[in-house]
Design a protein around this ligand. Sequence first.
Ligand code: HEM
Length: 154
Amino acid sequence: MAEEQIPAEFADRNQVETVRIRTADNHDAEGDLYALIGGSPAFKKLVDKFYQGVAADDVLREMYPEEDLGPAAERLQMFLEQYWGGPTTYQELRGHPRLRMRHAPYKINPDARARWLKHMRAAVDSLELPQIYEAQLWAYLDRAATAMLNTFEE
Ligand code: HEM
């Protein structure tokens, strides 16, 4: 999408490349976060809670091609675990993430993004993480959701 088509409120956010947050003992939480927040059970809880929200969301629910949201939940869980330094099962089963390309068939406008983030916010809150990890996780999810925008049509 051409740069000039992106409204200012989103264009600024697209400039943000990385958010670095350091823990009190001065290590970079990124990459270690998988273990720090409780490994696979924490990611399972996150994704299960998120998909409960999706299942009840008229707009998002109809975007998901499969009747059963279970396989989509597993793909998101594997991806997030890999991103945050956990097992690389996603890569082994699905190859390179190419997330923007994989989302191209779906109409991801600001409303879809806001809905996705609303359910993800509830899911992140359900983990009751220490604030430093919560902030890092959220900064990433918010930025990634902006990167997935592919239309401004209603
Ligand atoms: C912004 C709003 C978003 C919407 C409406 C959306 C919607 C979807 C839909 C409909 C699918 C197909 C379901 C499936 O068969 O797996 C999907 C797949 C996926 N999404 Fe999203 N998504 C959004 C943002 C994100 C973000 C921010 C991430 C990552 C942080 C993400 C990660 C994934 C992954 C890993 C898959 C599976 C890709 C694969 O291996 O095929 N999505 N998404």
